[in-house]
Write a protein that binds this ligand. Structure first.
Ligand code: SF4
Ligand code: SF4
Length: 380
């Protein structure tokens, strides 16, 4: 089995301001490429692309390939569940949207503090176990963005979980906020195989500071920065699957090529990655993975991940009085209904949704200062 899954979280869009506007034709091409190269795992979830991720999977794969030629991973959205009577309809809707009779792999999506009502007040674990007994789920596991101690307690309470999905990449490995290494070690302690999400930290590790990239290129001019990130994960013994979230045919092809040429990292390469991590950490402003969980929470309709992406890019460059990034922020600010950083009322509703535990309203203050007053002064 090839250990690369097509993560369908960030599919190409026809309108970049409309999450639901999935470019179905391009997704078909991506699925074809993936299958042609011998890969079989597809990862989807209920909320991705406002439901259209599951639909895109059906159109691209289920309606075009025999059932025994692919494997689907789907997830129960704990964070949207507040009562028992939601469970059956959501599960039925997922089967209908995807067009399959059963899920090969099914996860309780993001078991953590902020989704507790979805699994403590409602017994979602029991529900998922029933679906497994009925044959609607072949393998049952959980995903989490919580810390290692929390994961340990959940796996102790639920030894029936067959696997876990964790955020792991070389930048988060020793991160105190994400605790990738510690979470991985907890999974190993409980004998759970690990699937990996965010191997490129939301694409962030595809675009690292030039001095960090130079270290990699000096060592191996032929290896891309993405291949270093994927090899870091694939070198971990207990990793059974890596979910990579490609947004275009080209990105997917690059991931496939990097993955096909896989060799484990050697000691010298691990040392280089440590130095790369130090360089990135000294440049990174905000640790956003662009997961978009915060988007619907914001009453001011601030596109938080988009703004943070621009902010990170701005901070990576030498600040100039007027850069293309500032221009992009200005363009964003002119979109109808788009909230800008200075619209933030510090209500804190986004913070509860953020798996990276970012103090979003605090960062927003500096974003507003950076883009709206200090450099560009387009806000009165
Ligand atoms: S704290 Fe600011 S960014 Fe967060 S939800 Fe409230 S208004 Fe939006
Ligand atoms: S701010 Fe947090 S919740 Fe929002 S996109 Fe970034 S990582 Fe995800």
């Amino acid at each position: 089995m090839k250990k690369l899954a097509f993560g369908m979280m960030r599919l190409p869009l026809l309108d970049e301001n409309d999450e639901s506007s999935v470019d179905f034709n391009q997704v078909n091409d991506m699925a074809d490429l993936f299958v042609e190269r011998g890969f079989t795992f597809f990862d989807t979830a209920y909320p991705y692309h406002m439901g259209n991720c599951e639909v895109a999977f059906r159109k691209a794969v289920v309606e075009r390939y025999p059932r025994d030629s692919y494997v689907i991973i789907d997830k129960l959205p704990l964070f949207s569940i507040t009562s028992e009577d939601q469970l059956e309809p959501i599960f039925a809707e997922q089967l209908e949207r995807t067009g399959v009779e059963y899920f090969d792999y099914y996860l309780l999506h993001n078991v953590s503090g902020f989704s507790e009502p979805g699994f403590l007040d409602v017994d979602s674990f029991a529900f998922a176990n029933r679906k497994k007994e009925e044959g609607k789920i072949k393998h049952l596991g959980l995903s989490t963005h919580a810390n290692a101690e929390y994961l340990d307690s959940i796996l102790t309470m639920h030894p029936e979980m067959e696997f876990v999905l964790l955020q792991i990449n070389y930048l988060d490995w020793e991160s105190e906020g994400v605790e990738s290494r510690k979470c991985y070690e907890v999974a190993c302690k409980h004998n759970k195989p690990v699937m990996v999400m965010e191997p490129l930290k939301g694409g962030f590790l595809a675009d690292i500071p030039p001095e960090a990239e130079k270290l990699m290129k000096d060592y191996n001019p032929d290896a891309s920065v993405i291949s270093w990130a994927l090899r870091f994960i694939a070198s971990l013994d207990n990793v059974c699957m890596i979910l990579t979230g490609a947004s275009s045919l080209e990105q997917l092809e690059e991931n496939i090529e990097d993955f096909e040429n896989f060799t484990p990292l050697n000691d010298e390469e691990y040392e280089i990655l440590e130095k790369v991590t130090e360089i990135i950490n000294s440049n990174i402003a905000v640790d956003c993975t662009k997961c978009k969980y915060c988007l619907e929470a914001c009453p001011e309709e601030i596109n938080i991940p988009k703004i943070f992406d621009l902010y990170n890019s701005e901070k990576m460059l030498d600040p100039a009085p007027w850069t293309p990034i500032g221009n992009a922020y200005l363009n964003y600010s002119k979109l109808p209904g788009a909230g800008i950083a200075s619209d933030c009322t510090e209500c804190g509703m986004c913070v509860e949704e953020c798996p990276q535990h970012i103090d979003i309203p605090e960062v927003m203050k500096d974003v507003a200062k950076t883009f709206e007053t200090e450099y560009y002064g387009f806000v009165d």
